[in-house]
Design a protein around this ligand. Structure first.
Ligand code: FAD
Length: 287
């Protein structure tokens, strides 16, 4: 049996104080990732800091000037079901909705998902497409970092030892934009993604003003497809969608793992980008 002490701070400030003072500690939120690692003996912390007793740290608020703020302790289900997320950021709601199953989504927090930084995850690609930032808090200050810069590598982030991920900030969505997230899982419908694609297209009177495509789950961090803006100022056609899909395929350097080979994932990326961009043009599709 593994023995550890559990501390239960009641505020972010108290959690930061413990984190700064204790050496052999680990934060725990939903526990869906960390407990597996503890059981496998990968981490054997002396002390766990349970964040779930902190009140009001998972609030989700929106205003049209600043956009969305998601408290780090919001569960993935809280995010997918929040009315403001569904209305203004359906791309994010979709990416959260396809995570695992309802039991995991109820326990797992959005901050835990990002701090754990497993490359086979769904929300990061959608959040990078939406240009989200993370809010990082320690005893002395709060700083904000673009999620694309925060995610450094496989299980590697810009989180410092004394910091908590206390929130996510998502700017207001571009006007007249539609986004979609497509996930492909190879082992079961509840499994982690083999590949995931987030696409966000801004259009006015049939003319594309901006297109952003982010490929998740195939490389250590989400890959922003450069060159997706080739459609800016044009009516997007199936030919230009095909060109972006080819660029995406060339941009990724997939990891060979039990969910798929390099060649399979490359093929998948092209198919998913084509489908995601086509869905963004479809008036019946998701926003
Ligand atoms: C069966 C199963 C299926 C899954 N399927 C998917 C899937 O399809 N798609 C997908 O995206 N994910 C999937 N996941 C991963 C799941 O989304 C993550 O395990 C979960 O989001 C982690 O959140 P948590 O609150 O449980 O984190 P925890 O397990 O509590 O913590 C994870 C890590 O984050 C750190 N941490 C937690 N909160 C904070 C914080 N506020 N500040 C700083 N560090 C923090 C912890 O110290 C730990 O290192 C799956 C997991 C399981 C078990």
């Amino acid at each position: 049996m593994r023995r550890f002490e559990i501390l239960e701070p009641k505020s972010i400030a108290e959690a930061c104080k413990i984190l700064a003072a204790e050496e052999d500690v680990k934060l725990i939120a939903g526990g869906t990732a960390l407990l597996i690692l503890i059981k496998q003996g990968i981490f054997v912390p002396k002390t766990l800091i349970n964040l779930k007793k902190i009140k009001d740290a998972g609030e989700i608020t929106y205003n049209s000037n600043d956009g969305l703020r998601i408290g780090g302790l919001a569960s993935i289900y809280d995010v997918e079901s929040a009315a403001v997320v569904r209305e203004h950021y359906p791309l994010l709601a979709e990416a959260c909705h396809v995570v695992a199953n309802i039991r995991i989504r109820n326990m797992a927090t959005i901050a835990g998902n990002l701090a754990h930084a497993d490359y086979q995850s769904d929300p990061p690609a959608a959040l990078v497409a939406l240009d989200a930032s993370v809010e990082l808090t320690n005893r002395n200050r709060v700083r904000s970092v673009k999620l694309a810069d925060f995610l450094i590598g496989m299980y590697e982030t810009g989180l410092e030892r004394d910091e908590l991920l206390t929130g996510l900030l998502v700017p207001p969505p571009p006007p007249n934009s539609k986004g979609t997230y497509l996930k492909f899982a190879t082992r079961s419908s509840e499994d982690r993604p083999c590949a995931g694609v987030a696409a966000l297209v801004q259009r006015s009177n049939g003319i594309c003003q901006a297109a952003r495509v982010v490929v998740g789950a195939v490389s250590p961090v989400p890959v922003v497809v450069t060159g997706a803006d080739l459609v800016n100022g044009t009516a997007m056609t199936s030919e230009s969608i095909e060109e972006i899909a080819s660029k995406a395929q060339a941009a990724v350097n997939p990891i060979d793992d039990l969910r798929g080979t390099v060649a399979y994932k490359r093929h998948l990326v092209k198919v998913l980008v084509r489908r995601a961009l086509t869905a963004c043009l479809n008036e019946e599709g998701t926003r």
